[in-house]
Structures are given as structure tokens and as C-alpha cells.
Design a protein around this ligand. Structure first.
Ligand SMILES: NC(=O)C1=CN([C@@H]2O[C@H](COP(=O)(O)OP(=O)(O)OC[C@H]3O[C@@H](n4cnc5c(N)ncnc54)[C@H](O)[C@@H]3O)[C@@H](O)[C@H]2O)[C@@H](O)CC1
Ligand SMILES: [K+]
Length: 492
């Protein structure tokens, strides 16, 4: 058994290819199924030693095959076991048929299962092969098991959860524990799938890592493995300009707080200097609240173009509390050749015509990071959002390719995607991170990373991860001020 330590995420389609490669290389597929099923029985006995009965629900494919192996192992350990099958077990094929025959005990129809207190359910109805909404008789059992709050251990995935997208097809079990094999699937991390898995265990059934890496794509769980090499420990002796200069645009006199949150988070995240670029009318409000952060009056395009001559400014944050959409558009287009985090109003400013922004960012290294939540994403990429067949990962990658920018598609399952197809799913954000000003803080952290010279994808992924860590450290009930103060140094 391994903890969910491997960062690579494998889609069901990639898993099928890995499976086929393993068989071609001479690995016995029934042996893999035996390892998988036995791992499930071990988890069931370990987690529920007091179960009165294990009820194994077996589907028509290899997920069901794992279930038959688990049922036999549970029975052989002396437990009371019943198996209920979806469909006719005589129609099973290949390894699943062999596992059912090896189980050898009578199997009852799924519809005959009457959930009873003391039951522990082993869900082996569907795994990677789920291709359409679950049939009504499966949905019925899911409902009755949930209504009695019986513990469910899911084999590979809670049945009903699409391993590619994390979406529920029709209905699904809500598992207390899920045992998956080889590597995690995107559906274990994306919502709502993540909530339905319970604790997640990745069991190594013996497929060699070289077969896995030959097939796995460019999707992983977000973590230091992605950006550690850029997480240089800052040399405290370094000149402040060498630690990066970040500029954050402020909104008008009544909405200056968001920019200050970004700016303070940027300082905390390691930028050597942070300047708030403020319209004249808001300078007083900003000045009365700032100490370590500097202030520059920028009233319009002329001021900005003069300021841009200062090559020491490493990155800009535009959008938090900005308000004036027309001006946001002008400024963002002027910043096309600079590193830029575009958030909130900065994103909305381009809802009617994002083309010029994307064009301005098309050449050279990736300089733009956009941080939309659901609503902002739909405003900027309505056609991508409308494609119901695509997962959140697919959408983020499509948007990154179109915009030539890194997309931080926010939510409980924030996805970070780069124009070259790399993507990561973040998992460390506590639910209370969704608070006013949280996004402003995130934009500031990412901006600080860009200002310090991190490439855009790594800057964004590290920013999302540090933001999640800060949320966990600040704890439930945090305010955005607490969040900025809780940003920790990057792990060396
Ligand atoms: N990939 C691997 O290396 C291994 C995979 N194993 C297991 O194999 C599973 C994948 O097996 P399969 O590809 O056979 O897929 P599944 O067992 O998940 O389901 C496929 C079967 O269900 C049917 N089906 C799909 N959606 C349906 C629906 N909504 N209503 C009714 N029938 C539906 C399909 O027609 C097919 O017969 C994994 O989830 C895992 O549990 C293990 O045996 C260990 C090895
Ligand atoms: K399952």
C-alpha cells in the first residue's frame, strides 16, 4: 500500500492503455485483479473489524471482478459475506468471469439487497469503465444505503463518479473509503468526486513505473514537486530589487482594500518591493493605510507608459477592486509585454472581446496569468464553459491555449493550466478559504512569484498551493488580512 504520494494523475483512458501495455509486457492481468481485490478486502477488515456482514455489490466489468476477489478473501478470513450482482454473472467475461467462478458461492441479484444495520458495503459496481448514467436499480440501492448511513468502501471509484471529470453520472455512492490502483484519477480530486471518495488509498498492484510514465499525460496533483526547483530560499542579503518588484493597481477611493490585500500578500510571498499604483482620487485613502508598501500615482495611460519605462518592475497585478472596466482594458493591453496577473475586474473587462488581450500575449514566453472563478471563466470563455463533455481540466487547458496565458480556474478544486498542456489540480485549500478578499491575496502571491522570476505556470501553481497552506494555518473564521499574514516561506 502507498499513501496517495505519487503526484501523477491518470485518466481512465490512460489507465486502459497502461493495462494493455502491462498485459503485452507479460504481466498476468488476473494477478493484477487478485492484488486489487485483496487490497480491498484488507481495507475492509482493517477499517471495519466489527462489521456484522460485508455486502459486496458487483458490476458487469472488471470492477465487479475486483469485487468477487474481495468477497472470496473476506469469506476466507471468516467474515459473513453476501454478493449481489448487477446483471447476469453468467455474462461476465475474461478475468471477471474467472474471479466470479473462483468465488464459487451463490450470487444474488442487486435488486434483492435489503440494506441492514451492521452491513458494510463494498461497492464494485463500476470503476474506470463507467460510460453513461448508472441504471435505475443501482441508483435505488445507492439511495437506500445512503438513507441508512451504511459505510461504503469503493473499489477504484465510488460507482457513478466519472474518473475523468469527477462528475456524477446519474447517481453515485458516497464512500467512507476508496481503494484505487496504480495512481489517482482526476475524478478523485475534482469536485464533486473528491467529496464522494472519503479517504483515498492508492494501492500498488505491481504495474511497473516505466509503463505508467510512458502513458501518463501532463496532469498532476499540485505540490512542491512541480515548482520546487524555483523555490529558491531568498538570500536575506540580496538587494530588494533583486527580490522582485511587484506593482498592484488600486481601484477608486471607495475600493482600495482589495489592492492593499494583494500588495501585502505579495510582500509576504517574498517580493522585495511592492508598489500600489493608485489613481489620484484614491491616493489619500491608500497613503493612510500603507507602511511597507510604496505608493505611485498613476492617473491614466500617459502616467502608465512613463512608469513602464522603469524596467525594474517585474510583474503587475490588475483587477482586484479596480472597478473601471474601460480603464482596466486599456491598462491590460498596455501591459501585454509584461508579466501580469489579471484577476476580477481585469478579467471582466475583456468579456465582450478578449481577442486583443490574447493576441498581445501570443508571442514569447508565457507572461499572463488569469485567475477566474466559475462566473468569470464563463464570461471570458462561454463556448468552452458550455461544452458539457469536457472536464474542468479540459476547460482550463483549452482556455490556456486560446489565451496564451496560464489559467487558474478557481474553486474548491482549483485547476492550474498552461498553454503547453500542463495542468495541476490543487487539493490543499480548506473550505473556509472561500472568503471575501481571498482571491485578492492569491493574485498578490502569484504576482510576487512572477516578479521574482518564476515561470508563469510554476508561479501560479506555487501561489495556489501557498494560498491553501496559508488558509489552513490561519484556520476557520479567517479574514483575508489573516490569510496574507499567514503566508509561509516556500519550502526549500
Ligand atoms: N487498470 C488496471 O490495471 C486494473 C483494473 N482493475 C479494475 O478494472 C476496472 C475497470 O474495468 P472495466 O474496464 O471492465 O470497467 P468497469 O468494470 O468499470 O465497467 C465496465 C462495464 O460496465 C458497463 N457499463 C458502463 N457504464 C454502465 C452503466 N451506466 N450502466 C450499465 N452498464 C455500464 C460496460 O458496458 C462494461 O460492461 C477498474 O475500475 C478496476 O476496478 C483491476 O482489476 C486491477 C487492474
Ligand atoms: K466502484
Amino acid at each position: 500500500m502507498s499513501a496517495a504520494g505519487n503526484h501523477t494523475l491518470v485518466t481512465p483512458a490512460e489507465m486502459t492503455a497502461i493495462d494493455a501495455d502491462a498485459a503485452r509486457s507479460g504481466i498476468d492481468s488476473y494477478g493484477l485483479m487478485t492484488s486489487a481485490g485483496t487490497a480491498v478486502s484488507a481495507a475492509a477488515l482493517r477499517l471495519y473489524p466489527g462489521a456484522l456482514r460485508f455486502v459486496v455489490l458487483c458490476g458487469p466489468g472488471n470492477n465487479g471482478g475486483d469485487g468477487y476477489i474481495a468477497a472470496a478473501a473476506l469469506r476466507d478470513s471468516g467474515a459473513d459475506v453476501d454478493v449481489h450482482a448487477l446483471g447476469d454473472p453468467a455474462a461476465l467475461k475474461g478475468d471477471a468471469a474467472r474471479a466470479c467462478t473462483a468465488f464459487g458461492t451463490a450470487v444474488k441479484p442487486l435488486a434483492d439487497y435489503a440494506p441492514t444495520a451492521g452491513d458494510v458495503v463494498v461497492d464494485a459496481l463500476f470503476g474506470a469503465g463507467l460510460s453513461r448514467p448508472v441504471p435505475p436499480e443501482a441508483a435505488r440501492v445507492m439511495r437506500t444505503v445512503a438513507s441508512q448511513d451504511l459505510p461504503v468502501i469503493a473499489v477504484d471509484l465510488p460507482s457513478g463518479v466519472d474518473g475523468r471529470s469527477g462528475q456524477v453520472l446519474g447517481a453515485s455512492f458516497r464512500a467512507r473509503h476508496t481503494v484505487t490502483f496504480v495512481a489517482r484519477k482526476p475524478g478523485h480530486l475534482l469536485m464533486p468526486g473528491r467529496m464522494l471518495c472519503g479517504t483515498l488509498e492508492v494501492f500498488d498492484i505491481g504495474i511497473p513505473g516505466r509503463i505508467l510514465s510512458a502513458r501518463a499525460g501532463r496532469l498532476s496533483a499540485n505540490g512542491p514537486h512541480l515548482w520546487r526547483k524555483y523555490a529558491f530560499t531568498l538570500d536575506p542579503a540580496a538587494h530588494k530589487f533583486k527580490r522582485g518588484h511587484l506593482a498592484v493597481f488600486s481601484g477608486g477611493p471607495l475600493s482600495t482594500g482589495a489592492a492593499r490585500l494583494s500588495a501585502i500578500a505579495g510582500l509576504r510571498a517574498g517580493a522585495g518591493l511592492v508598489t500600489i499604483a493608485s489613481p489620484a482620487a484614491a491616493s489619500q485613502a491608500n497613503a493612510s493605510h500603507l507602511t511597507a508598501v510604496m505608493l505611485k500615482q498613476i492617473e491614466g495611460e500617459d502616467d502608465l507608459s512613463q512608469w513602464l519605462a522603469d524596467k525594474r518592475i517585474g510583474a503587475f497585478v490588475l483587477g482586484p477592486g479596480f472597478g473601471d472596466l474601460q480603464r482596466a482594458r486599456q491598462y491590460a493591453l498596455m501591459l501585454g509585454s509584461h508579466k501580469l496577473v489579471l484577476d476580477a475586474d481585469g478579467i471582466t473587462a475583456f468579456k465582450d472581446d478578449p481577442g486583443p488581450l490574447f493576441k498581445a500575449c501570443a508571442k514569447g514566453e508565457t507572461r499572463l496569468v488569469m485567475t477566474p472563478h466559475d462566473g468569470e471563466f464563463a464570461r471570458l470563455f462561454p463556448d468552452i464553459e458550455a461544452d458539457e463533455a469536457s472536464s474542468k481540466v479540459d476547460r482550463a487547458i483549452a482556455a490556456a491555449k486560446r489565451s496564451h496565458g496560464v489559467i487558474v480556474y478557481k474553486g474548491a478544486d482549483t485547476v492550474i493550466a498552461a498553454p503547453d498542456g500542463r495542468a495541476a489540480i490543487n487539493t490543499n485549500a480548506p473550505p473556509w478559504l472561500a472568503t471575501a478578499g481571498s482571491g485578492d491575496t492569491l493574485a498578490g502571491i502569484i504576482g510576487a512569484h512572477l516578479a521574482q522570476g518564476m515561470p508563469a505556470f510554476e508561479a501560479a501553481a506555487a501561489g495556489v498551493w501557498r494560498h491553501g497552506r496559508a488558509g489552513a494555518k490561519a484556520g476557520e473564521g479567517l479574514t483575508a488580512e489573516d490569510l496574507a499574514a499567514a503566508v509561509e516561506p516556500l519550502p526549500a
